[in-house]
Design a protein around this ligand. Structure first.
Ligand SMILES: C[S@@+](CC[C@H](N)C(=O)[O-])C[C@H]1O[C@@H](n2cnc3c(N)ncnc32)[C@H](O)[C@@H]1O
Length: 340
């Protein structure tokens, strides 16, 4: 077997600060794993699996340190601070062994092993801003947050009354330890969200106030179950996710697919494109948020756009682009009339 690449490369990105978001001007360390001649990861990919939140899921939030993201008129979005994982790496259930591997290798992504879902990547913020600006509505719609990581995009659609929201991430540890926790964290009523004017650390909540206690009680009794009833969680690579999802429900179609920072590896494009093709409703659309180029793994918008054009199934329209630094974009895909 020959390998296309096997190297360890880093890139530094400078990003604009978006109001209310956590700063993520950090270094992106990508460890590219060997891939075989056909471009597939040399290690076995992770088989898709559905995850069911534990019935006592509130314990996932014990000692949670979380942050709150506020963008324009969007409802506040809460998510676990990524340092939670650094501090508790050896106490957590991690059958995939990704928490210690990423901590030891200090990498944001180990291709084919850990695909980066433990932190919020900056294009997620871009996509949230575009959703706000475009006035996207989620009410009554079926939504897929593909490559969800923290799940902020899917959580927004839940809060905006999507009929059902499916979260998919490559890593089961990410889903079980982070995505599900974040969904539960967001079950509090929006009027329970911290909006204390005298809070200096606006957008970041640490510790527990009386108001939070009150909200936790509410959260226990009502919204959590209503939220979770509308959610499903899947781990595994896109190829097997597609097989699993379609075998469970051959008529499954999503009105909206949201995906951020998932086109960095050209080896995954066929599986990603097939997932869009098979699971998008005829009149649905896919939002893709991405950087122009990903150092270390080589993918990016231009290569993805070329791939989409060659397949001839979707039209691709540019919605937004940043001007400075490492360029970032949001594009939307829709079926060409004859293709669905
Ligand atoms: C860089 S992370 C981005 C996470 C999140 N969307 C964000 O913007 O913060 C890329 C995500 O894509 C998903 N992913 C990448 N390659 C994948 C593959 N071949 N199969 C399934 N999921 C994949 C992983 O779940 C991972 O969380």
């Amino acid at each position: 077997m020959s390998f296309c690449f096997n190297f360890d490369l880093s890139a530094t990105t400078n990003t604009d600060d978006v109001q209310g978001k956590t700063s993520s001007t950090d270094k992106i360390d990508i460890v590219a794993k060997p891939v075989n001649e056909s471009g597939c990861p040399a290690e076995a990919v992770k088989e898709a699996k559905e995850h069911f939140p534990p019935s006592d899921s509130l314990h996932l939030l014990d000692d949670a340190i979380y942050e709150t993201l506020t963008i324009g008129t969007l409802p506040p979005l809460h998510f676990l601070n990524e340092t939670v994982f650094e501090k508790t790496v050896y106490e957590r259930e991690d059958t995939e062994n990704i928490l210690c591997r990423t901590a030891e290798q200090r990498s944001d992504l180990i291709s084919g092993v850990y695909e980066g879902g433990l932190k919020v990547w900056e294009c997620t913020y871009d996509l949230l801003e575009v959703i706000e600006r475009e006035g996207e509505t989620f009410g009554g719609k079926a939504v897929l947050d593909l490559g969800c990581g923290t799940g902020l995009l899917g959580i927004l659609s839940l809060k905006r009354k999507a009929r059902e929201v499916h979260f998919q991430d490559y890593n089961s540890t990410v889903l079980e330890q982070l995505t599900v926790s974040n969904v539960i964290l967001n079950c509090q009523d929006d009027d329970c969200d911290n909006d204390d004017d005298d809070d200096d650390s606006k957008g970041k909540n640490k510790g527990t106030t009386d108001k939070e206690e009150e909200c936790k009680i509410k959260l226990k009794h009502d919204t959590r179950d209503l939220f979770l009833q509308r959610c499903r969680f899947f781990s595994g690579d896109w190829r097997t996710f597609l097989i699993l999802a379609s075998s469970q429900d051959p008529s499954l179609k999503y009105d909206i697919i949201l995906t951020s920072e998932t086109i960095y590896n050209t080896a995954y494009y066929p599986a990603l494109h097939d997932t869009f093709h098979k699971l998008l409703a005829p009149r649905g659309h896919v939002y893709v948020a991405t950087k122009s180029h990903y150092f270390g793994v080589g993918g990016g918008l231009h290569l993805f756009e070329t791939f989409v054009q060659e397949r001839g199934v979707f039209s691709l329209n540019h919605l937004w682009a940043s001007e400075d630094g490492l360029q970032r974009h949001v594009v939307v895909l829709r079926f060409k009339k004859e293709s669905h």
